[in-house]
Ligand binder design. Structure first.
Ligand code: CU
Length: 264
């Protein structure tokens, strides 16, 4: 209940808002079924921990947006970028805009625009150094009039979030390669005293505006001297087995580079 533009779920994006423990989801944009010209400017949020979960609208996009790319960042913001107004970029309708969504304030902030249009068969993934890679796009046509077939986009773009323009970032090194669910692991950081968050972020598998692996799990942690000890939650449904990127964020929300950790 409450889902706005419910007839435009095709080509919308869904992302579990960080941290995954909150069980809140953001649904972005979308369009009508098939080659429909309809597209949605809406974002919708649902809290699955509520007694009677229902969708409420979040901030709107400037234009109706199909195929928006969404990537969870280690500072708990979500990058929403690209997409097109019409089906597969038809009519030269790629949208060269990017935003950061803040789950705490439910607001968008415009950030540096992408330079390459991304519509069908495009994706974005968070890199272990805190940047985001964009790839693909498969426009139906190669011109505005729709007289020439489109060509698959082969340029890759790398987005550097504002947090990487600060003068320092916390270090993170050492620690084990594997951690069992429910167990703790100790890593080294010269900035241990300023660490405020620890996040396990699963590497992405992004296609068709869908990233089935994307999630950011909050970890309890303690800091002592130059060490940070994190504890992986016991819940198997929250933390599936496999590889994760472990990030720690400092008191300004600046993330470290990730350490790769395999959860057993
Ligand atoms: Cu396809």
């Amino acid at each position: 209940p409450g889902l706005s533009d419910a007839n435009m779920m095709e080509t919308s994006a869904t992302v579990p808002l960080p941290p995954a423990q909150d069980q809140r989801y953001l649904v972005v944009g979308g369009g009508g079924v098939g080659e429909s010209r309809l597209s949605s400017r809406r974002t919708r949020i649902v809290d699955l921990k509520a007694r009677d979960p229902r969708f409420t609208d979040g901030p709107s996009l400037d234009e109706g947006t199909r195929y928006p790319q969404t990537s969870i960042l280690p500072d708990d913001s979500v990058l929403v970028s690209g997409g097109s107004r019409d089906y597969r970029g038809r009519g030269d309708s790629d949208i060269l805009q990017a935003r950061l969504y803040d789950p705490g304030t439910d607001t968008f902030r415009r950030v540096a625009d992408p330079l390459v249009g991304r519509d069908y068969h495009a994706g974005s993934i968070l890199l272990p150094d805190g940047r985001v890679m964009f790839f693909g796009s498969d426009p139906l046509y190669g011109d505005k009039a729709g007289t020439r077939p489109g060509a698959f986009e082969q340029r890759i773009e790398i987005y550097t979030p504002p947090y990487l323009y600060r003068d320092s970032r916390p270090s993170l090194s050492g620690g084990p390669r594997t951690v069992a669910r429910g167990a703790s692991a100790t890593f080294t950081s010269r900035h241990a005293a300023s660490i405020r968050k620890a996040r396990l972020i699963r590497p992405s598998a992004s296609t068709h505006v869908t990233d089935v692996d994307q999630r950011s799990v909050a970890l309890d942690f303690t800091a002592s001297g130059d060490t940070v000890t994190v504890t992986v939650p016991k819940n198997r449904n929250l933390v599936r087995s496999g590889w994760y990127m472990l990030f720690v964020d400092d008191d300004r929300g600046t993330p470290s580079k990730a350490r790769w950790v395999k959860v057993l």
